[in-house]
Design a protein around this ligand. Structure first.
Ligand code: G4P
Length: 531
């Protein structure tokens, strides 16, 4: 009974967007509504996303901020809302993908001037794959942006998802007058720069009501009537179940910086967003309302204080009831662990918690036990699935610059790659190490952190490698033969799986054609084989 009540009052989600669309601003407004912060400006904008070249001090500062804002929990209308932060910089995109495995829904922010941008498409792909329900917020309506109908078409086109507007703008840019909430039959009038007051909300049950004309002018009133008629004619009525099945994404319009349309968004979100859902494991589906506790690690963060090497592992509770000081089973290590100081994230502060429920995210101090994707249970041997392991795109050889610090370098690179910022491949019994990432920035971060946290100096040397392919086979002899032939290109990942480091796409294709009994996988999950 208690479990059910706790599940029903939780919503765990992430806000995603292309950098600069307004994610930080919207987050901050949500936190203001939730009473988690008192003043605007408390959530610092993720500025490294903007700098083309990285600034190390900035990375460090960001790491500090991003631990504090990794999870922001607040209460709104009796609901415990857990908002998971995602990094803005595209080089950290895989961090975002993993965070998406820990949420039950997302709010996608779109800049009305720019429309759907590249990073938005990639993020939506992950949501589509996972069937994560999405609400879309079209931001910056105070600017002259694209035509709202064109924006809807663009969303459907580029994001391959059906949309359904639940609010509609009355004019845009400098002539923006407000939005009509199709969901609540209310007109919210816009006053630039001001916080909205009750007087700015007019309830209109019938759009033919002449009050509309007096409030927004005849021309805009007519346009609105026309637009709404069109919308009702073209789009199916909004169906919450279809949203929950990720078949349709409701769309809202507003302006985060002006705090306009934000409250409606939050209120509708609370009403329709899914409660914490179960997850699939390698053996069976685990429902959120099962009595026994289960959870998984989706993110590991080094301690903000570089003098302490311990880390924080972020655990999403999937089912049951987590209690402080209880022993839980670490499935991969087959070991029982107990946590004295798990903490929850209330805005910028961290509080030790005695218990946690499905949908909650807790921080566990880790001295090296955890890897991304690790599962904790009350004894059952199941591993949660679908924690994506990305396919690296850039490869560089790690060159030790200080032989006296070899041990530190080894330990550092082991631990940093456990955090999931990059992948490590070794050749020739570890004498040659190659690091694979999805972005250039990661190399700078690793180099900087190895020096500052582990006292080890290194540099990265570019090498000709195009793709890392994990190998499996139905014919061991063929695989052995391939590994012998390609010995210079065979590396091993951290779990000692053989990986073929193809120097070119052409070489890879030849290898695939010539070895029908070997499967070449582009991620270590062995799910997405190369076509
Ligand atoms: P992000 O986290 O998605 O990267 O975006 P962020 O909230 O940092 O917003 C990016 C820029 O867009 C900021 O301006 C912010 O003030 C502005 N912005 C957000 N919402 C709106 C809106 O509704 N209307 C308009 N016109 N602008 C909006 P900046 O100049 O880059 O930063 P700042 O100096 O204002 O902090």
């Amino acid at each position: 009974m208690r479990l059910e009540t706790e599940i029903n009052k939780r919503r765990t989600f992430a806000i995603i967007s292309h950098p600069d669309a307004g994610k930080t601003t919207l987050t901050e407004k949500f936190l203001l509504y939730g009473g988690a912060i008192q003043v605007a400006g408390a959530v610092k904008s993720n500025k490294i996303k903007k700098s083309a070249t990285s600034d190390f001090m900035e990375i460090e500062r960001q790491r500090g901020i991003s631990v504090a804002t990794s999870v922001m929990s607040f209460e709104y209308q009796g609901i415990n809302v857990n908002l998971l932060d995602t990094p803005g910089h595209k080089d950290f995109a895989e961090d975002t993908y993993r965070t998406l495995t820990a949420v039950d829904s997302v709010i996608l922010v779109i800049d009305c001037v720019k429309g759907v941008e590249e990073q938005t498409e990639r993020l939506m792909e992950v949501c589509r794959m996972r069937k994560t329900p999405v609400i879309i917020f079209i931001n910056k309506m105070d600017r002259d942006g694209k035509d709202p109908f064109d924006l809807l078409d663009e969303l459907e086109d580029k994001l391959s998802i059906k949309v359904r507007p639940l609010s509609w703008p009355i004019n845009t840019g400098t002539h923006f007058k407000g939005v009509y909430s199709i969901y609540h039959h209310k007109i919210n009038l816009f006053r630039p720069g001001s916080q909205r007051v009750e007087d700015d909300v007019i309830t209109i049950d019938n759009l033919n009501d002449k009050t509309l004309d007096t409030q927004v002018g005849e021309r805009d009133a007519e346009q609105l009537r026309h637009d709404i008629e069109l919308i009702e004619g073209v789009y199916d009525a909004f169906d919450t179940n279809r949203y929950l099945k990720a078949d349709v994404a409701p769309v809202f319009f507003g302006s985060a910086i002006n705090n306009f349309g934000v409250q409606e968004l939050l209120e509708t979100f609370i009403q329709i967003a899914p409660v914490p859902q179960g997850r699939d494991t390698d053996k069976r589906y685990v429902d959120a309302d099962e009595e026994k506790f289960t959870g998984f690690i989706f993110k590991i963060h080094a301690n903000i204080d570089p003098r302490h090497r311990d880390r924080i592992a972020f655990l999403r509770v999937c089912s049951g009831h987590f209690e402080r000081n209880s022993f839980y089973h670490h499935v991969r290590l087959d070991k029982n662990l107990r946590f004295n100081n798990p903490y929850a994230f209330l805005a910028a502060s961290k509080d030790v918690v005695d218990e946690a429920w499905p949908g909650d995210v807790i921080g566990l101090y880790d001295t090296g036990n955890f890897k991304i994707g690790d599962t904790l249970t009350e004894g059952e041997d199941v591993m949660f699935r679908g924690i994506p392991s990305f396919s690296p795109e850039i490869f560089k050889e790690l060159v030790n610059m200080d032989p006296m610090k070899t041990k530190q370098l080894e330990k550092g690179i082991e631990q940093l790659t456990d955090e999931g910022v990059a992948q490590l491949f070794v050749h020739n019994n570890g004498f040659k190490k190659v690091v694979g990432t999805v972005g250039e920035l990661q190399f700078e971060v690793i180099q900087y952190r190895l020096e500052h946290e582990y006292g080890a100096k290194c540099r990265f040397q570019p090498i000709q490698m195009n793709k890392a392919c994990w190998l499996t086979t139905s014919d061991k002899k063929q695989l052995d033969e391939f590994m012998r032939l390609k010995t210079d290109y065979i590396y091993f990942d951290k779990d000692h799986n053989p990986v073929y480091m193809a120097e070119t796409g052409w070489a890879l294709n030849v290898a695939i054609q010539n070895h029908p009994h070997i499967t070449f996988h582009t991620t270590s999950e062995f799910k997405t084989a190369v076509e």
